[in-house]
Every structure is written in C-alpha cells, then in structure tokens.
Ligand binder design. Sequence first.
Ligand SMILES: [Zn+2]
Length: 395
Amino acid sequence: MSNNKCLICANTSFEGLLHLEQFPILFGAIPLKHKDKVKKYPLTVAICDRCSLIQQVNLLPGSVLDEVYRADYYSCPAPTGNQVGTRVIDEFYAFFGKNIADRRGRVLEIGCFDGYLLTKLQKDHWDVYGCDPAGQTSIAIQNLGADRIVNDFFTKDTYPGHYFDVVIFRHLLEHLYDLHSFLDSVLLLLKDDGCIFIEVPNIDATLRYGGFGSFFHQHISHFSMETLQLLLSQHHLTIERSDETHVLHVKAVKSKSRQPLREANRSVVTNSKKREFLERYRAIEKEIARIFTDPKNKKIAIFGASAIATTITHMIDESGRQKIGGIFDNDSTKQGKFIEGIDVPISSPEKIKADRYDAFIIGSYIFIDEIFTQLLKLGVDQYKIITLAQEALAP
Ligand SMILES: [Zn+2]
C-alpha cells in the first residue's frame, strides 16, 4: 500500500482492515438496462498508522465515481416522493433544530439531493440554497426554484464568499477524495460567525455491528468522532455540539484559538477493536454461508435492496444465487430494478404473501425493527426471519 496517503494526516503507512476481491461499482437497485454492464473492482479498507482514520486505499480514479454520482441510477432513496429514509433525515433535522436556537438566515446544503431537508427548512423561514449533481435534484429545482438549486458538483466558485450563515453537508464528506480542499472551499463561503452541520456514518457503530455490507467504493473515509474532530481542527473548526448513534451529528464553528488539535491517539482503533470487528464480520459471513447451504432453504428472500444485498450476492456462489427467489423493498423507486448478479426483480413487500419462502434475510441494520414487524404483519413465520446484526445499535 505504498502509494497511499492518509486523507487527514498525509501519512503513508497503513494497516489493512478488510479486502473484497471484486465488488460492483453499483450496489443496491440497478435498472435493467445497466444490470449486466456493472463493472467490478477490488475494494480495500485500511487504518492510518498515525491518526487512525479508517479509509479506502488503492482508490479508483475519481472519474469512475463521478460518473456514478451524476447518473440517475445512483442507489439512494428520494424521500420527497417516497416516505423511505425520512426517519434518518428527521433525526438530523431534530439535531439541527435543537442546536440552532432561534437563529435564521441563509443556509446552504451541499449534496441536497431531492431537497427534502431544504424544503423543511424553508418552511421554518430559512433562506435556502442547495447543490448536488444527482438526477433526483430536479425535484429540488421544481420545489424550490432554479435560482436556489445548482444541479452540479460543488466547487469553491459556486457561491460568493462569506455568504452563508449555515452550511450543511450530510453523507458527503465520506465520499470525497480531497477532504482538505473541500473544507477550505466551505470556509470561504461561511460568514465568520457562521456554523457547519455535518452528518456522516459512524465507523465505531459499523465496527460494533460487524459491518457486513457497509463497505463499498463510494465511501472513501470512515469517520469516528475522534478522526472527524481531528480533521475539523486542522481547519480551525471546533465541534460545539455533537451526538453519536449509527451516524455522527456535528455542529462546528470557527475556532477562536488558532491552535490545531493534536492527532488522534493511535489507540483509538486498538488491535482488540479491530479483532472484534473481524470476528463479527466473519460470523455474519459464516451465518450467510450456513443459510445458503442448508438443504431446507430452497427458496430464500432478502428484504432490503441495499449494499448488504449486493454484498451477500457477491459472497455466495452461483448455486446460492439460484436460491434467491425474491428481493423486496419498501422504496417504490427500487421496485422493478435489480441487484447486480440476481435475475429476480425487486418487488413490493405486498407480493410476499403470494409466494412461499424458506428464509427471510433482513438486509438492513438500522431498520431491523421496522422490517421485522412488517414481515410479521405480512404473515411471515418469525422463525424464518434472519437478522445479521446480533447486537442492536445504540439508540
Ligand atoms: Zn492519518
């Protein structure tokens, strides 16, 4: 891994964490026309020896991923037209509301996607702006106006300097190849007394629940609160408020002191933490192998057309894949599409009633309870339902 450089501290030595030999560049639901053309690449995740950032190494050329982000098939639910995924945004909205007090002003969301959050903030009398290269951003333009929404990648020249009171980026930082130039650009736009709100997946939660299906090419960095704090401090940003669940919510402001934080302690990712993660990961792999080789399981269903489903289908062999008789998802935009490598289309859960399955795998960690309850209501035998994370996530 000698050509790799830590995205926070520029160190060049890493310790390996996980390696997948061939993983498709598109995970989750894929339209039929793309289904048999998805390219596969190796995926390697490692830990920086100095600052302990967990990040992808041997990175793909940025252009490969940019093409994915611009495309209409990028696997991400659009909550505006579809109630799926709203809970996660509502949790961010609650964190934002609690920590912004009565302040109002001009707010920018970088990576605003379909504009679900900005529409809520506009109702709260914020002067809202957004930018995102995704196809679904046309919904935000429709609802908020082309003068407020830029359907393209964010650059330092997209907006005037010192323009915004608040800049929000949710599930964006972990996708970036150059964290420092991005934060430099954000700081140019922010008023001196402005603040930044960030949401990223929490790698500590991922490690705790085993993380099977949580690694794919789109996620370059995997932050813990410690490594996120280290990154922000290098840009003279101080974390003022935060909370930590399966994601990290952070409010950061420009520091009064110009003293950057010292590097995170290497022991943050201790050997025992790494070992426990790998044990859980291997246990999930073993459980999946058991489900698919059990002769009683002739027809298996997966609930959740996500990265977990894609990871499962790339772990098992062709005879295992033949056993997958159904893939279900509540997101209507995924229905009729496909998981790479599987020939049955993704269906509405209502169709579960029409068929008999020997096992149901819940392909989600954060919606386990909701899906379990839904399956019971649909008449599925509870003993056929299999969850992958034994340990429930912290609330
Ligand atoms: Zn580092």
